[in-house]
Design a protein around this ligand. Structure first.
Ligand SMILES: Cc1cc2nc3c(=O)[nH]c(=O)nc-3n(C[C@H](O)[C@H](O)[C@H](O)COP(=O)(O)O)c2cc1C
Length: 173
C-alpha cells in the first residue's frame, strides 16, 4: 500500500473523507489510471494481487478467464483489507475482461463488505468501454452506492490525466 496525503486538496468534496483506491492490473494500464487518481486526490493505493499469477500468454489468459467466468470461480487473493470499514470512498479499478470485471476484482468484492460505502468504478479496455462492470459491482456490493464509472482506453492510459481529472471534479461523494 502507498499512502498519499495532499497538503492542499484540489478536490474539496474529498476533504475529510478516507479514500481507498483499489485496482487489479495485468499489463499496467489500470495501474497507471489508479496512480493518476491517487496523484490528484491522495488516499491509499492498493493492488489486488492473486496467489497464482495469470499467464503471460494472451490466448491462455483469454481461455482461463472464459472458464473462470463460466464457472463463477473466485481466485484466491494475497490482498486482504481487514480495515476496509474505515474508508468512506472506495475506487475500484479493473481491466475489462470479456466485458466484465476481472475474476480477481470480483473475488475481492465478494470477500469484503462494502455496505454503506461510496464506490467509484474505473476500467481500462480496448473496445467495450465500461461493459457490464458497473452491474457486476452492483451485484457484488448490493448495499453500496455505485457512482458513474470511468472508462479509459488502455493504450491511452498514460495520457488520461485530463479525463481522470474531469471525472473526479464532477464526482459527488
Ligand atoms: C482475458 C482478456 C479479456 C479481455 N476482454 C476485453 C473485452 O471484452 N473488451 C475490451 O474492450 N477489452 C478487453 N480486453 C483488453 C483489456 O481490457 C485491456 O487491454 C486493458 O487495458 C488491460 O488492462 P491492464 O493493463 O491493467 O491489465 C481483454 C484482455 C484480456 C487479457
Amino acid at each position: 500500500m502507498t499512502t498519499k496525503v495532499l497538503a492542499q486538496p484540489a478536490f474539496p468534496q474529498f476533504a475529510g473523507r478516507k479514500v481507498l483506491i483499489l485496482y487489479y492490473s495485468r499489463t499496467g494500464h489500470t495501474r497507471t489510471v489508479a496512480s493518476q487518481i491517487q496523484g490528484l486526490i491522495g488516499g491509499d493505493l492498493v493492488e489486488i494481487r492473486t496467489v497464482e499469477a495469470y499467464p503471460d500468454d494472451y490466448d491462455a489468459v483469454v481461455a482461463q478467464n472464459a472458464e473462470e467466468q463460466r464457472s463463477g470461480y473466485m481466485p484466491p487473493l494475497r490482498t486482504k483489507i481487514p480495515s476496509i470499514g474505515d474508508y468512506d470512498v472506495i475506487f475500484i479499478g479493473s481491466p475489462l475482461w470479456n466485458v466484465r470485471l476481472t475474476p480477481p476484482v470480483r473475488s475481492f468484492l465478494s470477500s469484503h463488505d462494502l455496505s454503506g460505502k461510496t464506490v467509484a468504478p474505473f476500467v481500462t479496455y480496448i473496445v467495450s468501454g465500461l461493459g457490464r462492470s458497473r452491474r457486476d459491482i452492483g451485484e457484488l456490493c448490493p448495499e453500496a452506492t455505485v457512482l458513474e464509472g470511468l472508462a479509459v482506453l488502455g493504450e491511452e492510459a498514460d495520457e488520461a490525466q485530463a479525463k481522470v481529472r474531469a471525472w473526479l471534479e464532477a464526482m459527488r461523494v
